[in-house]
Design a protein around this ligand. Sequence first.
Ligand SMILES: [Zn+2]
Length: 454
Amino acid sequence: MIQINQPQLSAGTLPTKIENPSTAPAAQIYSPGTAEFRYWAAAASLERASAFWSPLLPGVKWQVGKVLPVDLYHGEDFNAYYDRVGLRFFQGQAGSRTVYSCESPDIVCHEQGHAILDAIKPQLWDAASIEIGAFHESFGDMSAILCALQVPSMRHDVLAETSYSLYSNSSLSRLAEQLSWAIRQGHPTLVEPDCLRNAVNAFFYRDPNTLPSNAPATSLSSEPHSFSRVFTSAFFDGLARMFQTMPAQDEPNLLQVSTDMGKILIAGIRAAAVVSTFYSQVAVKMIASASSLFPGPYADALKSSFIKHGIISAASSQSIHQQFAMGITAMAAPMNESHDLPKMMIPVQEYGLGSDSIMVHSAVEPKQFNITGAALDVGPLQPVSEELQAKAFLEDLIRRGKLKAANQSEVNYAVKSITGSAPKVHYHHTHELVAEGDTMVLKRMRIDCGLKHM
Ligand SMILES: [Zn+2]
């Protein structure tokens, strides 16, 4: 338990505002389990995330406007989401206990992470790509880890807990322990045995189009939270390796590494081309950013980690050096300053969606680095066409019940079965087919962090 000064949510360049409940309880010390405690716990997490990211993002504003609205009690569910209106948190019943997602600093900083990433890379929002959806989830978890490291007692505890070897199963690597307990009561296979997701894991990169749409937490699936674990573990391993390069493995240096990593991550994301193999593009731009911003061993530490986790292939290592030598650096301007990705028509007769073809936002920005993830056998993966990527994305949405069609009377069995199981309290679908003139366009409605990922 830590005691803090009263959080100031309106401070800084990325302010937030708790709109529900509409009035703040008096700022004083409250017992855990009370609504007043919950309010200030959520406020402290919101303030911590804004205070961490704001200095790294001068001039950046929320997609929703000047202030990011927050609803602590949006409904009954084990859930939380971000939807370009604000952050929404829920409460769920597990036995006699009510668990509130807003009470978890990991979940608050994860949700705020979605809003941060949307502010700096809005093109990702509508991208018809499984890997890009998963990267959004990974960024949420990376935000939770970096924000947790801003708390002095967390730095102290994690160093003691891991014997200074950061890439170990610890209270830092285990995300949302309390909420995962609640989910485990009814759905024991959907979460890890001790947390919602663990940033220390052995999942190796795969082309997500080849994965099943759903799987227990012990396996990798194309579900965004499940597949996000690959990038998060490479990031966390990279953070640990960066920390090992410091002259001493102590608390001030851990704080320093967390800020340096925040800068590298932001620079890497900003410079990365929005393509379906987004993980490898961000990774290579992070390595390039590390070498530009912090001449020294960080770049090699990150490269080792991204290769170990298969985000970039070992065979790419030489090519990265050659391309750096040719002067292709991370600091080149982002290639697409616009909000929108190019649109592409794809045929969809076979799904009976009420239209023979639909328009999707295609992840096809030109790449600076011709690098993909590692194949499971030898060498790099062979890239798949953008139309196939977009179709795989659509099919995955249908299989997981995350697509809502515009005209429900014309849709086929698959989509009817989805709407038939729609939740009573709020929406769970993430995408809709929206009519624009004569064209149906696939659009994202929200990033649902629904904690039962099935
Ligand atoms: Zn999320």
